[in-house]
Write a protein that binds this ligand. Sequence first.
Ligand SMILES: Nc1nc2c(c(=O)[nH]1)N[C@H]1C(S)=C(S)[C@@H](COP(=O)(O)OP(=O)(O)OC[C@H]3O[C@@H](n4cnc5c(=O)[nH]c(N)nc54)[C@H](O)[C@@H]3O)O[C@H]1N2
Ligand SMILES: Nc1nc2c(c(=O)[nH]1)N[C@H]1C(S)=C(S)[C@@H](COP(=O)(O)OP(=O)(O)OC[C@H]3O[C@@H](n4cnc5c(=O)[nH]c(N)nc54)[C@H](O)[C@@H]3O)O[C@H]1N2
Ligand code: SF4
Ligand SMILES: [Mo]
Length: 698
Amino acid sequence: MPDTSPVPAPRAAKGSGTMHATVCPHDCPSVCALEVEKLDEGTIGRVVGAEANSYTAGVVCAKVARYAERIHHPDRLMHPLRRVGAKGGGRHERISWTAALDEIAERFTRAAQAHGSETVWPYFFAGTMGLVQRDGINRLRHAMKYSGMDKTICTWIVQAGWMAGAGRQWGVDAREIADSDLVIMWGGNPVSTQVNLMTHVSRARKERGSRFIVIDPYRTPTAQVADQHIMLRPGTDGALACAVMHVMFKEGFADRAYLDRYTDDPAGLERHLATRTPQWAAAITGLSAEEIVGFAREYGRTAKAFIRVGYGFSRSRNGAANVHAVSCLPAVGGKWRHRGGGALWNFGQTYRWDKTMIEGLDMRDPAIRVFDMSRLGAILTGDPTDLRGGPPVTAMLIQNVNPMNVCPDLNKVRRGFLRDDLFVAVHEQFMTDTAAIADIVLPATMFLEHDDIYQAGGHPHIQIGRKIMDAPGECRSNHFVICELARRLGAAHPGFAMTEMEIIDWTLAKSGWPDAATITAQRWHDAAPDFESAHFLNGFGHADGRFRFRPDWKALGPYGERMPQWPDFHAIIEQPTAEHPFRLVAAPARSFLNTSFTETPGSLKRERRPTAMIHPADAAELGIADGDAVTLGNHRGAVAVHATLFDGVQRKVVVVESIWPNRHFPGGLGINALIGDDPAPPNGGAVFHDTHVWVRSA
Ligand SMILES: Nc1nc2c(c(=O)[nH]1)N[C@H]1C(S)=C(S)[C@@H](COP(=O)(O)OP(=O)(O)OC[C@H]3O[C@@H](n4cnc5c(=O)[nH]c(N)nc54)[C@H](O)[C@@H]3O)O[C@H]1N2
Ligand SMILES: Nc1nc2c(c(=O)[nH]1)N[C@H]1C(S)=C(S)[C@@H](COP(=O)(O)OP(=O)(O)OC[C@H]3O[C@@H](n4cnc5c(=O)[nH]c(N)nc54)[C@H](O)[C@@H]3O)O[C@H]1N2
Ligand code: SF4
Ligand SMILES: [Mo]
């Protein structure tokens, strides 16, 4: 239910500064409502969470609380740069904005003349989550018929898994956790990656004695504070979920009336699950059958049981099947019927945006090829399947993403970027690994220096963040760069002549939301669906309104055909072998946000250095002591880090929290050098936690 209570102004500043309401722009489900202290025209002080926002509830993560370190960082890019010397040598000289933009436009024009427009590839992701600054690059792409991309690097696999069953991208509001008796964090680490969820969990534990269970291959900071940590082998969640459902059917916890009314084939599911016993799942997950049965009974008997579906357990080759299997649980138990019961992955479809003006969708040509962004290395090294019979990529504009760090198979990505016939322009806030290999580098604004509008994944608020200060040096916004390039390239669309605020107002009006002035005055707009809709009590998102235990995987993507018909353990993960006996989980680090904050002193101090967390018994076998230099490797590459002995993992599972810049590794490439870029079924996506490796004392 939307919260419509009147919202007070931001709290008062402590000293002579002023407090400004804004929004955290980073790629995080929390999308916190912030209050930022402005000390003078060019300086910020404190950054705090808005107490009046019912989701943020006055809390922000430590790294954003220290934002002054990032926005006023001495290494911020201030001027456009042009490469001098060899590609990848990292040397650049200062040039003017006019020279930089002219050169990009000229190189794009020449490339398109030589190879056709699809040779140019605008590449972006969610460094800022603002819709105008993030997605405006697509307007240029559509106007110029440049190659497009599916945004497969983050939410793609979990989305396929969730949509397969539920068919609509929303769910139970996390604020309803106040009414939950059991909260399950499945494959996610909110203490590190979306701290606000923990506010709601902590309140429920205090106020109604709710239990909190974490399902994760390692003892994360979230698992540490849970009532129970189910520490399974990575990539085996499908087996655990099936065994839980097996017990629910067998022991009378299945809600037969609900199943008949709301699901596709409960009888077929029950038959299928007959062989998916706790013993079967124990062998696959490395858990004991007793632990699985105990968990199933607790879930089975608790009506108000809330599952927060994380991203982590989707980042495997079988991730979509795992997510779907987990999403079946609240349907089998009829949990959706209860306040505080059900599940949440993401609120994406709540917002019903009309993004025509932002993305230039009225110019979209469906004949133009669309790449899988996670296959960047394969694309740049000319894999014919990826290029789809089209020309090689010879020119790129990169905004809001740092692919030389974050993409899978970094050796391949680097080979691609070092091609002599490839021109790359990178628009960035810092000299990232990607900016360092660029031909032209452009300095970008930060969120307090431009206007934008934000939606959230973890809660249903629409928020607007206004520019509150001028950018330092010659930093310019993404919108500026896109519009200036459009002018030089002759791209025509009304969006190129509008300000950010005009685009925001157009988008709000077309999408049926209040206008920007109203939302700014209210500080946010709560777009929560009503109880019946959020709980799918009016039906799930498929034409027949029924949850699908037997999804139409083929309809969800080209690799769907290979997937199991029913929820199952899909045995296509990169299993350990004699040569590669370990499984690597490359999970997010608490003080970084992907690669952002890897430059701030506070975060660097807390994370210290790239570290492999290894079980003491495995370390003893390998003759590795705490703090030793070790190498992890497989057929894709080798990466040197330091070992920490850690008993919060199963044997033969190793965890390296990420994403450290490449310069922190002696070999010059980070952990993603070990990760495969093969597309996960049904529709592609990157498998960051599904890697087998060997571990050696260095
Ligand atoms: N090993 C491992 N690898 C992973 C993951 C993992 O868990 N483990 N997670 C994956 C996931 S989920 C994701 S989403 C990706 C994220 O990968 P990225 O999108 O690359 O991650 P970020 O560091 O959030 O943002 C990238 C850059 O955007 C820049 N930026 C921020 N705001 C702006 C702006 O307004 N304009 C411009 N031009 N630039 C801006 C920042 O300075 C930053 O360098 O990484 C993936 N890679
Ligand atoms: N501090 C911090 N915050 C972040 C980020 C960050 O890098 N650092 N990244 C941001 C981004 S882009 C995103 S998408 C979100 C992601 O946030 P989350 O939803 O938390 O998801 P992940 O980061 O992918 O994975 C988190 C957990 O999944 C676990 N995991 C890995 N494999 C499996 C498995 O097979 N089964 C199970 N059950 N668990 C598994 C990992 O061990 C890890 O603890 O966080 C955002 N917030
Ligand atoms: S928790 Fe996420 S949204 Fe909130 S301030 Fe930190 S990074 Fe930003
Ligand atoms: Mo992400």
